[in-house]
Design a protein around this ligand. Structure first.
Ligand SMILES: *[C@@H]1O[C@H](CO)[C@@H](O)[C@H](O)[C@H]1NC(C)=O
Ligand SMILES: *[C@@H]1O[C@H](CO)[C@@H](O)[C@H](O)[C@H]1NC(C)=O
Ligand SMILES: *[C@@H]1O[C@H](CO)[C@@H](O)[C@H](O)[C@H]1NC(C)=O
Ligand SMILES: *[C@@H]1O[C@H](CO)[C@@H](O)[C@H](O)[C@H]1NC(C)=O
Ligand SMILES: *[C@@H]1O[C@H](CO)[C@@H](O)[C@H](O)[C@H]1NC(C)=O
Ligand SMILES: *[C@@H]1O[C@H](CO)[C@@H](O)[C@H](O)[C@H]1NC(C)=O
Ligand SMILES: *[C@@H]1O[C@H](CO)[C@@H](O)[C@H](O)[C@H]1NC(C)=O
Ligand SMILES: *[C@@H]1O[C@H](CO)[C@@H](O)[C@H](O)[C@H]1NC(C)=O
Length: 720
């Protein structure tokens, strides 16, 4: 079908050439005689014929019809009244473009940019020999790209970007030697760049990016010495960037990102004094960064990221006085960061992450620069965090994680009101978490996990109205948690695992709108688990493992709509597992191992198939996936249990469970009291455990005296 169309269009082209020639003969004959009145009447008729075949949903061309046609919207004429331009951009037009355009003998500009045309591009459109400007960009034209532009001897601007052409690049365009801009970005052109393009000696703009072009970059391309912008990335080329690139003396903008190029960066690139932008990211370019790049005195943006570059960053980059962006991340660079990088007066973005860089950050970094974004994460950097990073007040991102930075978090950051992300986890930072971070009204992420921070979690962190992610895990923090920390309205994740935090789990939860992850594991938290956490509708992961929490598992946890991970293991929790906890709608992982839970394991939902390891270490639990309550050790206790259940379930709102066995010799204790008014917050079932909160290890060894047992039984208010 494609070839049929092609055949048809070439026939059509031939026919319309004939029409065109006869028309122009007619024009020549009458023009001199009668000021072209007849011709302009014809042109009006042609325009109306064109409009008739268009679909014009917004009625943009409604006004066409009353003479003179030179005043019609989108129609441009010369002083003699001949139509020279059709500018119908952005009118949501579709439909067919009839061959009548060929009759507009003085037409030099066709601009159909940003409409809704689909289907093949009419050959007639590219066969107007007088064309200077041809722009069909941002439409839905598809299929082959018709030949013809090569015979438009005056064509200067050609833009077919943003269409769906599937074809080789039109070879004959190389004959349009007046061409200054050639833009076919964003299509499905395939094959190699035609050598014929080497004839376009006036070309200033070459845009081929975002197609399916392949093969090596032809040497001819680098004869185009007028080129100012070459944007050919997002293709599938092979081979190196030719050294001949050094001939493109007028080049300002070079974008060959993500295009399959390999080999070294030619040092000749450093000979292009006008170069402002170099994007070579996402290729497989290797070797060292040539020091000659330091001679690119106009350079504003240099992005060599995601390649295979090796060696050190050349100190010559410090000569790039206009540089605003330096992206070298995801390479194999090593060595120190040249200290001169800290002196680049216009530097805004510095991304060096995922290399093997060593040594310190330049101490002057940010001090005299409008630094906005610094990402040096995942290297082997060390030394202190420079104090002046935010001096200009522009810093939004400070990303230093996975390095070996030492020293304190600079106090200067606490006045950095522009800061959005502070990510410095997995370093060796020490000192305190600075106060006033909670007052940075843009701060969204605060990641300080895996450092050596000591002291308290500052109370004013809870004043934040912007933080969504706080991770202070694996430090040496020793305070109680700020009571209102979980009521930060934007907070989604709060983690402070692996510290030495004391006090209770905060129960001032505010609206708790956003909270989805709470990890306080591996601390010394005591008291009951606040039942109010159940009101956090988005809470998906609640990890309170390895603390000294007492009391019961709040029954309301069974109804939390998003809760998928609940880890309460290694605490001092007592009472029964809430009967419907296993059926909690989203629950996927539950561990209550190593507590002091008692009674039957409810055989519902997740609990039917739970790994017994997640229940282990609770001598009073039985049934379900554990040995049945009537078998072996907890026999007596469980029978009491069942009895007490049938008896007390009648009393609404009260749960009573008792199991108590005192073995002779006073050594073993296998009893359990459950008696709790459910809606009382901070329920505690065994005060002995609570008192013993500072000595849980002793408790877990079950090494208490009969006296304590009795005390607990008494406190528990046994009802049988
Ligand atoms: C020729 O046509 C143009 C535009 O229609 C008009 O402005 C001009 O006056 C005409 N000249 C003559 C000599 O009729
Ligand atoms: C080509 O057209 C697109 C879309 O209309 C536009 O964004 C682009 O700047 C144009 N190219 C040139 C070189 O002007
Ligand atoms: C380009 O022009 C040359 C000479 O003018 C001609 O021989 C050749 O056929 C043309 N190529 C195309 C593809 O039109
Ligand atoms: C063009 O490349 C894209 C992405 O690589 C691929 O999905 C598509 O199939 C290719 N199309 C053609 C016509 O080669
Ligand atoms: C930089 O350019 C100067 C002259 O402009 C030249 O002498 C020097 O060799 C160049 N340096 C590099 C590294 O290419
Ligand atoms: C780090 O860079 C290497 C290439 O040097 C790449 O393979 C790897 O995926 C990158 N890692 C990350 C986390 O981006
Ligand atoms: C840096 O911040 C200052 C004040 O906050 C602002 O005036 C300036 O424009 C910013 N500079 C840049 C490069 O963003
Ligand atoms: C376990 O619970 C019982 C009562 O139910 C209590 O007497 C005992 O002290 C608790 N043990 C621990 C280690 O908390």
């Amino acid at each position: 079908m494609a070839s049929a169309t092609a055949q048809l269009s070439s026939e059509a082209r031939f026919f319309f050439f004939l029409v065109f020639f006869s028309l122009s003969l007619v024009c020549c004959c009458c023009a001199g005689a009668s000021n072209g009145t007849a011709a302009t009447d014809d042109e009006a008729a042609m325009l109306l014929a064109i409009r008739a075949s268009l679909v014009d949903p917004l009625g943009e061309l409604r006004g066409w019809g009353s003479a003179p046609h030179c005043g019609w919207k989108g129609v441009r004429c010369d002083e003699r009244g001949a139509v020279t331009g059709l500018d119908l951009a952005g009118m949501k037009l579709s439909g067919a473009i009839p061959d009548d355009v060929l009759g507009l003998a003085a037409l030099t500009s066709v601009v159909l940019r940003g409409n809704a045309f689909t289907g093949g591009l009419p050959a007639a459109l590219v066969s107007i020999p007088t064309l200077r400007e041809f722009d069909v960009s941002d439409n839905g034209f598809a299929g082959r790209f018709p030949a013809g532009l090569g015979s438009c001897a005056s064509l200067a601007h050609f833009n077919a970007s943003g269409n769906n052409f599937v074809d080789l690049l039109p070879v004959d365009v190389g004959n349009a030697t007046e061409l200054e801009t050639l833009d076919v970005r964003g299509g499905f052109f395939f094959g190699t760049i035609p050598e014929s393009y080497g004839k376009l000696r006036k070309l200033k703009f070459l845009g081929l990016a975002g197609n399916n072009l392949s093969g090596a970059l032809p040497a001819e391309l680098f004869e185009l010495t007028a080129l100012e912008q070459i944007i050919i990335g997002y293709n599938e080329f092979t081979g190196p960037i030719p050294a001949a690139i050094g001939k493109l003396k007028n080049l300002r903008y070079l974008d060959m990102a993500i295009s399959g190029l390999e080999g070294p960066i030619p040092r000749e690139l450093g000979r292009l004094p006008a170069l402002e932008t170099v994007f070579l990211y996402g290729n497989n370019v290797g070797g060292e960064i040539p020091k000659e790049l330091g001679n690119l005195s106009s350079l504003v943006m240099l992005d060599l990221s995601e390649n295979a570059l090796t060696g050190a960053i050349p100190p010559e980059v410090a000569q790039l006085g206009n540089l605003q962006l330096l992206n070298l991340m995801c390479n194999r660079l090593k060595g120190d960061i040249p200290s001169g990088v800290g002196e680049l007066p216009r530097l805004e973005v510095l991304q060096l992450w995922n290399n093997s860089l060593t040594g310190p950050l330049p101490p002057s970094l940010g001090a005299a620069q409008p630094l906005q974004w610094l990402d040096a994460s995942t290297n082997a950097l060390s030394g202190p965090v420079p104090a002046g990073l935010c001096r200009s007040g522009n810093l939004t991102g400070l990303i230093l994680f996975n390095n070996a930075f030492t020293g304190p978090i600079p106090a200067s950051l606490t006045t950095c009101s522009s800061l959005v992300r502070l990510r410095a986890h997995n370093n060796r930072l020490n000192g305190a978490v600075p106060t006033a971070l909670g007052r940075l009204h843009r701060l969204d992420r605060l990641e300080l996990a895996g450092n050596r921070l000591s002291g308290e979690i500052p109370d004013d962190l809870a004043l934040s109205t912007s933080l969504s992610f706080i991770d202070l895990s694996r430090n040496r923090l020793r305070s109680a948690l700020p009571p209102r920390i979980l009521s930060i309205p934007t907070l989604q994740t709060f983690a402070a695992a692996g510290n030495k935090l004391t006090g209770g789990v905060p129960d001032e939860l505010g609206s708790c709108r956003a909270l989805s992850t709470l990890d306080l594991s591996g601390n010394q938290l005591s008291g009951a688990i606040p039942a109010g956490l159940a009101s956090c509708q988005r809470l998906a992961s609640l990890i309170l493992r390895s603390n000294r929490l007492t009391g019961e598992i709040p029954m309301a946890f069974a109804t939390m709509p998003a809760l998928s991970v609940l880890d309460l293991s290694n605490n001092l929790l007592c009472g029964e597992i809430p009967s419907n906890l296993g059926s909690s709608p989203a629950l996927e992982m539950l561990s209550v191992a190593h507590n002091n839970l008692t009674g039957p394991v409810p055989a519902t939902g997740l609990l039917r198939t739970i790994n017994p390891d997640d229940l282990a270490g609770n001598p009073g639990l039985c049934g379900g996936v554990l040995p049945s309550c009537t078998a072996s050790a907890p026999r007596a206790s469980s029978s009491i249990h069942r009895r007490s259940h049938t008896k007390h379930n009648i009393a609404a709102g009260w749960v009573i469970g008792i199991s108590l066995t005192l073995v002779a010799c006073g050594a073993a204790f296998l009893g359990k009291v459950l008696y709790q008014q459910w809606y009382a917050s901070g329920a505690v079932c065994c005060d002995a455990a609570k008192e013993a909160g500072t000595d849980s290890a002793a408790f877990q060894r079950l090494g208490f005296t009969g006296g304590k047992v009795i005390a607990c039984v008494k406190e528990g208010n046994i009802a049988s």
